[in-house]
Design a protein around this ligand. Structure first.
Ligand code: ATP
Ligand code: MG
Length: 267
């Protein structure tokens, strides 16, 4: 289990996603910071927030940023870490997770890659399935008993929304869904700016043009585009990174993409 007082990501480090940031703040931050207002208005804040969307779009970043901005204890666990070898071990970890959060409130529990324990029941009858199921049931029962737990918020993330067991989406569980999409041109421009902030750039690097050329790239791919562009400059023995370095880097990334998604040979 990873506990930290405050992860180092801020909202400013996240490009695009303004709506998603606002929604997360409303659902997670506001109830922690201003619990009294929810009480006065007489509504329960959402129980759990589920961030979902394609890989590398900023879901994990967003969860870390909200924890950073609230001073809440941040307890992070990957779904895969909850899949254990011995019977009952995963369920016990889930119990410990919520108990620890209760002791350290205000706290945010973040379960990343929740699909590892909350996938739809499959046809296969492999021995691990029943155990994974048990772990998920424990999570659901902890969430159902959430009301008495005070200032604990729960966030989960997945890039396999289609695979999730619908039981976890019921009211009182993960009842606030926030979709984190791939960045649009404006978002890509902002992400490129963020990831090149520390780089020595030639004046002629036009981020708006780069944003247009990078359609389909995720935030994570844009981050590696910036690094790769820097590598081209170094190879060329230069100290500033030029527009053409970004274009070369992009060509390389596109090429790798083609190799990975190329036609599959007949079997
Ligand atoms: N919106 C964004 N703004 C800035 N950087 C981003 C953004 N999205 C992704 N990145 C970069 O990509 C890296 C990976 O992002 P993150 O881990 O948040 O993706 P994710 O959505 O959780 O992906 P996965 O579904 O694969 O877990 C970040 O550390 C950051 O460098
Ligand atoms: Mg992630």
């Amino acid at each position: 289990m990873q506990i930290s007082q405050s992860p180092d990501v801020t909202y400013d480090d996240i490009g695009g996603l303004e709506d998603q940031i606002r929604e997360v703040r409303e659902a997670v931050e506001a109830p922690l910071v201003d619990a009294a207002q929810f009480e006065t208005v007489g509504i329960e804040p959402p129980s759990g927030v589920l961030l979902h969307g394609p890989p590398g779009t900023g879901k994990t970043m967003l969860a870390r940023a909200v924890a950073n901005e609230t001073d809440a204890t941040f307890i992070k666990m990957a779904g895969s870490e909850l899949v254990r070898k011995f019977i009952g071990e995963g369920a016990r970890l889930v119990r410990d997770l919520f108990e620890l959060a209760g002791e350290r409130e205000p706290a945010i529990i973040f379960i990343d890659e929740i699909d590892a324990i909350a996938s739809k029941r499959t046809e296969s009858k492999t021995s691990g399935d029943a155990e994974v199921q048990r772990t998920m049931m424990q999570l659901l029962s902890e969430m159902d008993g959430f009301d008495d737990r005070g200032e604990v918020r729960i966030i989960a993330a997945t890039n396999r929304f289609d695979m999730l067991d619908r039981a976890i989406l019921r009211p009182g569980r993960f009842d606030r869904l926030i979709e984190v999409p791939e960045p649009d041109a404006e978002g890509r421009e902002r992400i490129l700016e963020i990831h090149t902030e520390e780089m020595s750039l030639a004046d002629a690097v036009d981020f708006a043009a780069l944003a247009d050329e990078t359609a389909g790239l995720s935030g994570a791919e844009l981050a590696s585009l910036a690094t790769e562009a820097g590598m081209f400059a170094i190879r060329d023995d230069r100290t500033t990174v030029e527009y053409d370095d970004f274009r070369d880097a992009l060509a390389k990334i596109r090429e790798e993409e083609d190799e990975n998604t190329g036609p599959i040979a007949f079997v």
